[in-house]
Design a protein around this ligand. Structure first.
Ligand SMILES: [Zn+2]
Length: 441
C-alpha cells in the first residue's frame, strides 16, 4: 500500500491555500473560503463522499458517517478546518501560499490542524480504494469554529446524541509526538491528552461615588479595584494533584524513575520531592497543579478630573479538574473579601471529565503509536487549553486529544505564529498513522 505522496502534498497545499479564517463574528469571516474547502473535499475524496452519509451540522460543521461491517460502538475522528488570523509580522512567505522550502510546507493551518484533517481524509480515501470498510460505524467530525470557541462542534455532538451515538473512541487534536520527550526522560514521547482544564472569564467591578477629583474620598473605585487585583495575585488558588495529573505521573513514573515518588507517595505538595519536580518541570508545573489566574484587561475612569463611578478588570482562569466555574467564582469572592465588589462570570466552560485509560481503546491507540513511532514512549497528560473535543465528553468516556504528528518544541511555537510550517515527511507519517488506525476501527 504505497502512499500517493504527490496527491497528498497537492491536496494539502490546496487546503492551506483556502483562507478559512474564523472570527468572533462569523458573519465577517470569508464564508466563501469555507464553502470552497467543503467543495475541495468533495472533489478530491470521491470514494469517501460516495461511501459516507454526509451532513453539515451547525454553522459550518462537516459530519461524515461510514457504515461499519457490523453492529458495535462507533468511533469518531475529529479535526477543524478553520485557522487563526495572520496578523503577525514575521512571515517570510505568503501565509496562504503553501510554499515548499527545504522539505517543509509553509502556511497558516499546516500544524493547527489541516494536517490532521488531511491525514484523516487521505487515509480513509486510500483505504476505501483498497476495499476497506470499518468494523463499526466511523464518523469524521470536522468543525470550522474551533479557534473562536464557536458552537459548531456542540451542534455536531447534539446531532450524534439525537442519533443515539455513543462513541467508544474519539480522537481529536491535542498532544503530539514530542522528540525531546518529557523532562527527565531523554526519549521521544507521544503525549495524549485525557482531560482539559476549564477556562472562564470573570469581570470584577468596584464602585465609587462620582464627583469632582478635587474633593476625593480616601479610596476611589480604581483604588478599591487595585486592592482586589493585588489580593487575587497574592492568593493563588491552592495547589493540588488532580486526577489527570496523578494519572500522568503514575504512567510516566513507569518510564522515568524520578517521577515515582510523586506518583505513588500520595503527593503532598510543597514537600521537598514536589519542589524538586517543580524545578524539573519549570513553569508548566504551576499550571498543572492549580487553577491559574491572569488579570487580562482593565477599564476605569474616563477623565483626569472626574471620580470614576466604577472600575473593572477581567480575570481569566484556567480551572483544574475537580473544580467548577462556580467554585472558582466563590474562591475569587472569598479572596477579594469585599462584598461591595462584584464578581460576575462573563463566559467559560468547566473542566472536562477525565477519559479512561484502562480500556482496550487506550491500548489500541498505544499500539498504533508504537507501530508508527517505534522509538516513542506513550503517556497521558492534561491539556491547559480548550479543544472542540471537550463537547464529546458528554457522549464518550474515551475522548483522546492527540495530533498524530511529530512536533519539536520549536514547531509547537509556530502554532498560531508566523512561518507555521510542517515537514512533508511528518505530514506523510500522519497519513500512515491514520491508515494503521483505521484498520483497527
Ligand atoms: Zn487547533
Amino acid at each position: 500500500m504505497a502512499l500517493k505522496k504527490n496527491k497528498i502534498i497537492h491536496d494539502f497545499r490546496d487546503m492551506i491555500r483556502l483562507r478559512t479564517i474564523s472570527c468572533e463574528d462569523m458573519s465577517k469571516a470569508p464564508l466563501d473560503q469555507f464553502e470552497a474547502f467543503r467543495a475541495l473535499l468533495r472533489e478530491r475524496f470521491p470514494a469517501l463522499f460516495e461511501a459516507a452519509e454526509v451532513r453539515y451540522p451547525g454553522f459550518n460543521g462537516i459530519l461524515l458517517k461510514i457504515k461499519g461491517r457490523m453492529e458495535g460502538s462507533p468511533s469518531v475522528l475529529m479535526a477543524h478546518y478553520d485557522v487563526v488570523p495572520v496578523d503577525q509580522d514575521g512571515w517570510t512567505c505568503d501565509p496562504f501560499g503553501a510554499e515548499i522550502r527545504n522539505g517543509r510546507i509553509y502556511g497558516r493551518g499546516t500544524l493547527d490542524t489541516k494536517s490532521t484533517l488531511c491525514g484523516i481524509v487521505e487515509a480513509v480515501e486510500a483505504n476505501l480504494m483498497e476495499g476497506w470498510q470499518p468494523m463499526h460505524d466511523l464518523y469524521l467530525s470536522f468543525g470550522g469554529e474551533e479557534e473562536t470557541h464557536g458552537d459548531t462542534c456542540r451542534e455536531i455532538v447534539r446531532t450524534l446524541l439525537e442519533d443515539g451515538v455513543k462513541p467508544a473512541f474519539v480522537l481529536d487534536e491535542g498532544g503530539a509526538v514530542i522528540p525531546e520527550g518529557v523532562p527527565g526522560l531523554r526519549k521521544k514521547a507521544a503525549m495524549v491528552g485525557i482531560a482539559e482544564k476549564g477556562t472562564a472569564n470573570y469581570r470584577v467591578t468596584a464602585f465609587g461615588k462620582g464627583g469632582h477629583a478635587s474633593t476625593p474620598p480616601r479610596h476611589t473605585a480604581v483604588g478599591k479595584l487595585a486592592e482586589a487585583a493585588v489580593r487575587i495575585e497574592n492568593h493563588p488558588f491552592p495547589a493540588r494533584i488532580s486526577e489527570p495529573v496523578y494519572v500522568m505521573f503514575r504512567e510516566i513514573a513507569k518510564l522515568v524513575p524520578v517521577y515515582e515518588r510523586f506518583a505513588f507517595a500520595n503527593v503532598k505538595l510543597f514537600t521537598p520531592a514536589v519542589k524538586a519536580a517543580a524545578t524539573v518541570l519549570g513553569p508548566t508545573f504551576n499550571a498543572m497543579v492549580r487553577t491559574t489566574q491572569a488579570l487580562v484587561t482593565v477599564d476605569g475612569g474616563t477623565a483626569y478630573n472626574v471620580l470614576p463611578d466604577r472600575a473593572s478588570f477581567v480575570v481569566n482562569l484556567r480551572i483544574l479538574p475537580g473544580e467548577t466555574m462556580e467554585s472558582a467564582e466563590a474562591y475569587l469572592r472569598k479572596i477579594i473579601k469585599d462584598p461591595e465588589i462584584s464578581v460576575e462570570l462573563i463566559d467559560g466552560t468547566d473542566p472536562t471529565p477525565v477519559s479512561e485509560i484502562n480500556c482496550p481503546e487506550w491500548q489500541m491507540l498505544r499500539e498504533v503509536c508504537a507501530d508508527t513511532w517505534p522509538d516513542a514512549v506513550f503517556a497521558p497528560y492534561m491539556l491547559n487549553g480548550g479543544t472542540d473535543s471537550r463537547f464529546y465528553h458528554e457522549i464518550s468516556e474515551h475522548v483522546y486529544k492527540f495530533s498524530p504528528m511529530e512536533m519539536t518544541a520549536e514547531e509547537r511555537g509556530l502554532v498560531h505564529g508566523p512561518d507555521e510550517s510542517i515537514a512533508i515527511e511528518n505530514l506523510l507519517k500522519t497519513v500512515i498513522f491514520y491508515k494503521k488506525l483505521l484498520t483497527r476501527l
